[in-house]
Design a protein around this ligand. Sequence first.
Ligand SMILES: [Zn+2]
Length: 351
Amino acid sequence: MRNQKIGKLLLLLVLISNYDKSLAHQAKREPVHMFVEAGLSNTGESAGKLPDLSDTVFRIARYRSDKTCAISYTFDDGLKEHYTWVVPQLKQLGLKGTFWINGSKINDPDDPGKDTTRMTWAELKEMAAAGHEISNHGWAHKNFGRFSLDETREDIEKNDSAILNNIGIPSQTFCYPNNTKTPEGVKLASENRVGTRLEQRSVGGKSTHANLEKWVSDLLRDQGWGITMTHGIHYGYDHFSDPVILWEHLKQVKDREDQIWVGTFKEVMAYTKERDAIRYVIRTKKNGIVVEPELALDKALFTQLLTGVIEGKFKKIRISQGKNKLNHRILKNKVLFDFDPFGGVIDISFM
Ligand SMILES: [Zn+2]
């Protein structure tokens, strides 16, 4: 008499991630509704133990930890000022940046002929160890528009090798010298990478407290991903009228960390591509749901965990993926958990 009908209530739904790119700038969210066959919550005595799942929504967060927008701070040309000024500020705030470097211009303390306004490999290695992204801006900063494809390829590969040999971490993103992007150059630079910098917001000589504040408000409104491009700080190309503008801006963003994800270019690029490409199947089970994710991307490159969101009010919940128990955060109207999109079936039990 008990548990009648429960068995046949399992239903299979193929839901696809619904982040259409055309919706990317719209403020409205389009959660994927979790359809539960009518009657699940009122079938016999055991029903009392079952949560009512009819209002429950499962979705993949647009950004890590379901934040509203994302920012990647990126710094071009490997300037010494980035090491002396930017890195300490980022460290103080617990933020990570992306630094695009040219191997041919790296400063060498043993070579007096080298450009001392650039960073050394030792400094870059130290930054990478602290979690900053050190990545490829071409070996000799060759403008893609002015060189043959063979020369461009050589320039990219030489810098890849230099970064790997000196830092020990492969460069998996790319930033175009002079932001010059030819279709063939973009194709070449994108091979075997998480992504390349195709657009950016210049932050430097023209930046003010007001225009940076407006930029952040727009990102929050549009749920956007802002990618900055900064060169000089105090004296380098396009330096700030007063670097305090940048430090204050970083502090203000840090203060809104609950809404803004500050991640390296590689992190946010990988997350957004995984988020857009993931497909999943949801099944209901007796006391919860089972999510089967599938991601057709290169597992070696796309290593970001995705954030799953279960909307609804829950007191207690248990989430596991394979043999791993997943940590989760129960908030007022939702539960957040990070999962490996390549990690197989996720089992979610409501208690
Ligand atoms: Zn540059």
